[in-house]
Ligand binder design. Structure first.
Ligand code: FE2
Length: 246
């Protein structure tokens, strides 16, 4: 079996539809919506491909009208894009998003998988990055072979006390300073982390057409072109900062 593992699409249909991998099953680890320009197309893609999908905090927030706390950074971007997300979905897409499970367990080729967005302790909201000891503590009683997670938008694979932890990274909004779409393939049990160049300018142009503030459009452009919320500090600026702070 060839498994496509995707997460954190965030309404970026251009990135999602650029993935041309052949697969037998798709695991989708949540955050289909918020931030980006085309939630309907992303939700529809996941529905049509019969993905094994779990709920992310942004799916939950959009489907259940959770108030956004905070007005800077990604919270600002969430607050100005969220009202557009629900409005863009038809009734079947809304029902699909609202009923996503928090976790999924399944066995493929004899391998026991647990799918979730955050962590076993808090599937919706807890961030846990590349920390084998912390992951080992969380998965020691789960009785699985592989735990597939998203949420941090950081692509990694690690061993946590004999359990593989796989984060495929973010398809639509990477935050690891690599703007290429991130995903993973599991081919007959072997994990491959993948990055893919796609038409970022097309996604930005779609976003620029939305009725959102120019500040939000600029923030989205920065995220997509740099793979992070802040542009990288240039070498010249770095030395200036060091001189000024000395
Ligand atoms: Fe996310």
């Amino acid at each position: 079996m060839r498994i496509l593992v995707i997460s954190d699409i965030h309404s970026n249909s251009v990135a999602l539809e650029s993935i041309r991998e052949k697969f037998d099953i798709c695991f989708c680890l949540g955050d289909l919506v918020d931030y980006g320009p085309n939630p309907a197309r992303c939700v529809q893609w996941v529905m049509e491909n019969k993905a094994e999908v779990v709920r992310g905090n942004h799916d939950h927030g959009t489907a259940h009208s959770v108030a956004v706390v905070g007005d800077t950074g990604f919270r600002y971007l969430t607050s100005v894009t969220r009202p557009l997300q629900w409005a863009a979905l038809d009734s079947s897409q809304r029902n699909f998003l609202a009923r996503l499970p928090l976790t999924r367990r399944l066995v493929v080729d004899g391998v026991r998988y647990l799918l979730l967005h955050g962590t076993p302790r808090d599937p919706l909201d807890e961030y846990l990055r590349r920390d084998p000891a912390a992951w080992a503590e969380q998965v020691k009683d789960q009785e699985v072979d592989v735990v597939c997670v998203g949420h941090s938008h950081m692509q990694f694979e690690l061993d946590a006390g004999g359990v593989r932890i796989l984060n495929p990274g973010s398809v639509g909004l990477p935050r690891d300073s690599d703007p290429r779409a991130a995903y993973a393939i599991i081919d007959n049990g072997k994990i491959q982390l993948k990055r893919l160049r796609y038409d970022i300018e097309k996604a930005i142009a779609m976003n620029d057409a939305l009725p959102i503030p120019d500040e939000a459009k600029a923030m989205y452009r920065t995220c997509l072109t740099n793979g992070r919320l802040r542009p990288p500090v240039a070498a010249e600026s770095k030395s200036a900062i060091l001189e000024n702070s000395a």
